[in-house]
Design a protein around this ligand. Structure first.
Ligand code: ZN
Length: 254
């Protein structure tokens, strides 16, 4: 089946009529070290979201490719919008699909920096009873498998991300640059002193822009991550399709 953008307005009417859930992929265009393309996060989100085109009860919306990435701005090629702009853009995109009758959605997210805005958007849409639109972060969906496959406390351009993209877009990964990525990587996200987070930009703690152990990446492991994530997303969509809209809204005051 097609994504919404691949329909005409005539065929979209039928697809929207048959659907129960919208699927909105969101990501970023930001540095991912020397081995991965800037589009890593939105390419990942798009690939997971596109698996839902197999379902008649879902409509896959166009990918939002620029996210909340100000903390990567010192690295070439990084694009970003503010947290507030991103929240509004997501909120209004879902409001527009709700106008066509689809009031349940899953936001398939590829970038951790988007999460605060997505959580606020989901809360507001629910409070206003416009739509129920929980975000789904692909890395959370595959957390257990990633912990089995890789020895890293990663988080950015790490072995998990690299493996996934190597499986999805082999031509966009530069395996020869993985050593450089890892040599300049930090072992974990950020820097803290006496419990206070003292790093604000990625460049404060990572020379290469990577965080984790990207040399452990392997496209076959990426395929396993992709299949596991696809199954988790499918399970979430099953749950949301079955859930009555009335049960999606906030509870009454006790
Ligand atoms: Zn990423």
């Amino acid at each position: 089946m097609r994504t919404l953008a691949e329909h005409t307005t005539t065929t979209a009417a039928e697809a929207l009529e048959a659907a129960e859930v919208a699927v909105l992929p969101v990501g970023s265009t930001e540095q991912h070290g020397p081995a991965l393309p800037l589009g890593m996060d939105h390419l990942a989100a798009e690939a997971f979201a596109r698996t839902a085109t197999d379902r008649e009860d879902a409509v896959v919306l166009p990918t939002l490719p620029v996210g909340v990435s100000v903390h990567h701005r010192q690295f070439d090629g990084t694009l970003y919008v503010s947290d507030e702009t991103f929240e509004r853009y997501v909120t209004e995109t879902i409001e527009s699909v709700a106008e066509h009758g689809l009031r349940k959605a899953v936001v398939v997210n590829g970038h951790g920096g988007n999460s605060p805005a997505l959580n606020r958007a989901a809360r507001r849409l629910r409070d206003e009873r416009t739509a129920f639109a929980p975000p789904w972060n692909w890395w959370d969906g595959v957390e257990d498998l990633a912990a089995d496959l890789f020895d890293e406390d990663g988080g950015h351009a790490d072995a998990a991300e690299t493996s996934l993209l190597w499986h999805l877009h082999e031509d966009l990964v530069d395996p020869d640059a993985l050593e450089t990525a890892e040599d300049g990587a930090s072992d974990s996200w950020g820097e803290s002193v006496a419990g206070a987070a003292v790093a604000f930009d990625t460049i404060d703690f990572s020379d290469s822009g990577a965080v984790g152990r990207p040399t452990q990446a392997d496209p076959e492991k990426g395929e396993r991550l992709f299949e596991a994530g696809r199954d988790r997303l499918d399970a979430l969509l099953d749950w949301l399709v079955e859930r009555p809209l009335a049960d999606c809204w906030p509870g009454e005051h006790k």
